[in-house]
Design a protein. Structure first.
Length: 68
């Protein structure tokens, strides 16, 4: 292989590896954030949803009047 061709092949392979690594890390962080949100009962109290109210009721937490 000539040098310019080899350089292009190496550069393309490096970019491919970086793209795959970025996709893998994005997926890991996305799944990690989703599990963190489930564990810590997100969304925060200022943004109340029916789902969060049901979770609180199932766990036996008292529901305040301002949440309704």
């Amino acid at each position: 292989m000539e040098k310019p061709v080899r350089r292009r092949v190496v550069l393309a392979a490096l970019i491919g590896v970086l793209v795959l690594l970025a996709a893998f890390l994005y997926r890991q962080l996305h799944v990690g954030w989703f599990l963190f949100a489930l564990r810590h009962d997100y969304p925060p109290k200022t943004f109340v949803t029916v789902r969060s109210l049901l979770h609180k009721a199932e766990r036996g937490y008292p529901l305040s009047a301002e949440e309704f």
